[in-house]
Design a protein around this ligand. Structure first.
Ligand SMILES: [Zn+2]
Length: 336
């Protein structure tokens, strides 16, 4: 069937883009697809709420950008959970994206080791995370199965881990860029700061699957005597990959540079098409009911251990809201 003859309207890129949005795009001549995310108030709400040390907040911010870039790809109702587990000063990061637009996140940290890392000036992502793994789970709710992709963390950045994941699990040539920064704003009451973040995901999705071959990221790992795995990458992907590598952190977070302008700068020679942008917000999904259910799922002796000052109080790690229960409220119901 021939493609319907629809003229695609073209226009100049928008000068400004709204914060807390995801903008999908396509560069058809190169078979590239992707998304640009801009986070303002949403990321500021999450990071300021936790009040983590600055490098931990920045690292969690990068995980949030990655979680949003991947979670907004879901084509059904559900959640996308990105979680690290590792042996560094920040042993866990969790980003929970719930379709279509809610994101929450938290980190666990070893305060002393984080303070030591800051004192030693060793605060890059790899040093804070250490070694472990990054897990990605898609949860469609109900009885549908959860899919988990697992990728090792080996002292590199979250961008590295994401590239490894797409290479191993999805076999889609993919590049991501993540940027997080504090913006300092001069005001009459003194300088205030707020967090901003941005990111871009670019994927090569040719109609002919055999064009999507990529070389191994670490040819050096091949056992001795085995020729390193080399593949000639498709010219279209080499071009796309080279272009996204020119994106500066500032371009991803600068409120004065719209997502559309950034895409235009990168791809105007080939022609880039943007789709409808979607909004995002920072919102926790905890509730008194869900905490009560969770408490009821524990054996009675575990609940007994949780009683302090005659009440059980549970604080949500994501939003710090505290729920207080009388022990009798969540006790096993009498049979019969
Ligand atoms: Zn909560």
């Amino acid at each position: 069937m021939p493609a319907p003859d629809i003229a695609i309207p073209s226009r100049a890129p928008a000068e400004v883009s709204a914060d807390d949005t995801v903008l999908p795009f396509e560069v058809a001549p190169l078979d590239l697809r992707g998304r640009v995310v801009r986070l303002g108030p949403a990321i500021d709400t999450i990071l300021t709420g936790h009040n983590y040390p600055q490098p931990v907040a920045k690292l969690l911010g990068e995980a949030i950008v990655l979680g949003v870039l991947l979670g907004t790809a879901l084509k059904f109702e559900g959640r996308f959970i990105l979680q690290t587990k590792s042996d560094g000063p920040v042993p866990m990061l969790v980003v929970d994206f719930m379709t279509p637009d809610k994101v929450r996140a938290c980190a666990r940290l070893d305060k002393e080791r984080v303070a030591a890392a800051i004192a030693a000036g060793s605060t890059e992502a790899g040093a804070l995370l250490g070694r472990g793994h990054l897990a990605m789970t898609i949860d469609q709710g109900g009885h549908t199965s959860r899919y988990q992709g697992l990728v090792p963390l080996e002292g590199g950045t979250l961008e590295d881990a994401a590239h490894e994941y797409f290479l191993r699990s999805e076999q889609i040539p993919t590049r991501v860029r993540l940027a997080v920064a504090e913006e300092f704003v001069a005001a009459s009451e003194g300088t205030s700061h707020r967090w901003r973040a941005g990111g871009m995901l670019l994927q090569f999705m040719p109609r002919a699957a055999e064009r999507a071959r990529v070389a191994d990221l670490h040819p050096g790992k091949a056992p001795e005597g085995v020729a390193p795995h080399t593949v000639k990458e498709d010219d279209a992907w080499v071009e796309g990959r080279s272009l996204i590598e020119t994106v500066e952190d500032l371009e991803l977070i600068d409120p004065a540079l719209s997502s559309e302008r950034l895409l235009y700068r990168l791809f105007h020679e080939r022609g880039v098409r943007v789709f409808r942008s979607a909004e995002l917000r920072a919102q926790c999904s905890c509730s008194r009911d869900s905490v009560e259910q969770m408490l009821r799922s524990f054996p009675q002796h575990d609940r007994d251990d949780m009683v302090e000052n005659n009440v059980i109080s549970v604080t949500c790690e994501f939003c710090s809201r505290t729920y207080v229960f009388e022990p009798a409220e969540v006790a096993d119901r009498e049979a019969g």
